[in-house]
Design a protein around this ligand. Structure first.
Ligand code: ADP
Ligand code: MG
Length: 355
């Protein structure tokens, strides 16, 4: 718990630094920064989806944009959370069949699409396994192999149907349960960008527990500078990404885990085994215009491991870029980011497109 709070604090600090246009070099507060900008900043912090969030918008419409976005986050949380018994997903999980609202059904469809595209590395039906490990309740335990084997029978993607017109989702086996936690935050940040735009905002950012999405450029026209968290040391960054109109979303085993008998068990599950993914990666950051995709792929490519993830990027390089940190602390950056990524601590290896 303490570690989670420390990380949350580091993430908020990081978000504040973004507004100052620099990481580590500028200690102004976000508020001071706003008063010197031509366009005034409106910032709000909220706790939702089990994480600390910071929303910032600039210029006319900013106040309205941020207020609408905060309300919307609460709506989505109530719709998607596996933790609240009244959510649409919880009701589906309880009964094995439910008509979802059009928005939840669309996101469910997107989750199935990403699952298929990643050969189940992203997998929205692992909730029975998450429960067996105790992640939802924080009452952690290590399930035995036979238990996991039987729970894996409840995770076949062919055993779920979704009727796109009516929103009816049906599980074909009793005990199946969905979990959109692997894409919910990315979907939320991408929708917030739409809300900002609909309010006339052209410059803004949101950080959902360190997962960032930015709209446009900073008010002065320069790129946003987004610091990437280092799994080992919360104060030092892996590097800084300069970008506009992108989601920058990281998955790592260090984000949520427990330790038993000297072994660390983290919260990203390999659907092929039911165990936390041991893929040789510490973290994967995805950079994409599409926040939902970025979130889904950050989880999926973490499960895949470097070689498969590299090949996946090479086959899909028009839709995203990625940064990988391996267990032996080697940093890899896909070619699309080589001119906008800097790191003071790491020499990094560029992953090139296949010719
Ligand atoms: P976070 O939400 O902590 O930022 P992720 O985006 O990687 O990190 O999502 C991890 C969450 O997604 C887990 O807490 C769990 O709810 C769910 N999950 C775990 N393993 C998978 C998986 N292989 N595919 C999709 N979702 C997963
Ligand atoms: Mg994810």
């Amino acid at each position: 718990m303490r570690r989670v709070l420390l990380q949350a604090a580091a993430m908020l600090l990081c978000a504040a630094m973004l507004l100052c246009g620099g990481c580590g070099e500028n200690t102004e507060s976000a508020e001071q920064s706003a008063s010197t900008d031509a366009a005034e900043a409106v910032t709000k912090d909220v706790f939702a989806m089990d994480t600390y969030m910071t929303l910032t918008a600039y210029g006319d419409g900013a106040s309205d944009a941020v207020d609408q976005a905060v309300n919307y986050i609460e709506t989505l949380d109530a719709m998607l959370s596996t933790g609240s018994a009244d959510s649409e997903i919880s009701k589906l999980n309880e009964t094995g069949s439910a008509v979802l609202s059009s928005e939840a059904a669309e996101l469910f469809a997107r989750a199935l699409e990403i699952a298929e595209a990643t050969d189940g590395a992203f997998h929205p039906l692992l909730y029975p396994i998450m429960e067996a490990w105790g992640f939802p309740t924080h009452e952690y335990r290590v399930p035995d192999a036979a238990e996991l084997e039987s729970l894996l029978q409840l995770t076949d993607l062919d055993d779920v149907t979704l009727d796109a017109d009516s929103g009816l989702v049906t599980f074909l086996k009793e005990g199946m349960k969905a979990d959109l936690g692997g894409i919910a935050k990315g979907y939320t940040s991408s929708q917030i960008m739409e809300i900002f735009q609909s309010c006339g905002v052209t410059s803004g950012m949101v950080s959902l527990g360190g997962n960032v999405q930015v709209l446009g450029a900073k008010p002065d026209g320069s790129d946003w500078r987004i610091a990437l968290q280092n799994p080992d040391e919360t104060e030092n960054y892996l590097g800084v990404l300069e970008t506009q109109d992108r989601a920058v979303i990281t998955s790592g085993g260090y984000e949520r885990y427990f330790e038993q008998d000297g072994t660390i068990y983290h919260h990203i599950i390999d659907a092929k085994t039911g165990y936390p993914a041991e893929s040789g990666l510490q973290s994967v950051t995805i950079v994409s215009e599409d926040g939902t995709l970025a979130d889904g792929l950050s989880t999926a490519l973490f499960v895949m491991g470097l070689d498969t993830a590299k090949a996946y990027w090479q086959a899909n390089s028009s839709t995203f870029d990625a940064i990988f940190l391996t267990d032996d602390d080697t940093l890899y950056v896909t070619a699309g980011l080589k001119d906008c990524f800097t790191s003071s601590d790491y020499d990094w290896i560029v992953i090139e497109e296949v010719q």
